[in-house]
Write a protein that binds this ligand. Structure first.
Ligand SMILES: [Zn+2]
Length: 79
């Protein structure tokens, strides 16, 4: 999976997890709680596994720009 697809998947999971947490807060039930918890866990797991530099494999953390903070290469595949 290329970096753009991984980034889109990460963003979709984060939006889904955040949306479900808000939904869970508004309409609490055991079902919505476990569904939202599963999405949060999936978002965290995907972050740990997928949110890495395609060149050196370093975890990118929060607020990364267009280049890897470790190796300095562009994350979108350019030089
Ligand atoms: Zn890197």
């Amino acid at each position: 999976m290329d970096f753009k697809k991984r980034k889109m998947l990460m963003n979709a999971l984060n939006v889904a997890a955040a949306g479900l947490m808000v939904w869970q807060l508004v309409r609490f039930s055991a079902v919505t709680f476990w569904i939202s918890l599963a999405f949060v866990a999936a978002a965290i797991a995907a972050n740990r596994v997928l949110w890495r530099c395609p060149h050196c494999g370093e975890h990118l953390g929060v607020g990364v720009g267009d280049v890897c903070p470790r190796c300095g290469k562009r994350l979108d595949g350019g030089q």
